[in-house]
Design a protein around this ligand. Structure first.
Ligand code: FES
Length: 92
C-alpha cells in the first residue's frame, strides 16, 4: 500500500488530497475514483496526453514509461508522466 499526495490544483483539486494506492491501478484511475476530474480525452489509450501530470517525489515507485508514452511526453520537464500509463510497481 502506498500513499500518494495530490498537490492542490485550482482547477482539479483545490485543497489537494491524500490517496492510498493498492493493487494494479493507474494514477489516472486512482484520481478519478476519488473525484478528481483528470482529463482523459482518449479514454486512457495513450494517444492524447491530456492526462499529463508531474511527479514531484517518488517517481522510482512508478513503472518506467513505455516508448508510446515517451512519444507523447512533448515537454522538457523530466518529471512529467501520463497518469493513465503510470502504474505503481516495477515490471520485471
Ligand atoms: S488519457 Fe489519453 S494519454 Fe492518457
Amino acid at each position: 500500500m502506498i500513499t500518494l499526495i495530490v498537490l492542490p490544483n485550482i482547477y482539479l483539486c483545490p485543497l489537494g488530497l491524500l490517496l492510498t494506492a493498492v493493487g494494479d491501478t493507474s494514477l489516472c484511475d486512482l484520481m478519478l475514483n476519488e473525484g478528481i476530474n483528470v482529463p482523459h480525452l482518449c479514454g486512457k489509450a495513450c494517444v492524447c496526453s491530456s492526462c499529463i501530470i508531474n511527479i514531484k517525489q517518488g517517481a522510482e515507485a512508478i513503472r518506467i514509461a513505455t516508448n508510446s508514452e515517451k512519444a507523447l511526453l512533448v515537454t522538457n520537464r523530466s518529471d512529467s508522466r501520463l497518469s493513465c500509463q503510470s502504474y505503481l510497481g516495477k515490471v520485471c
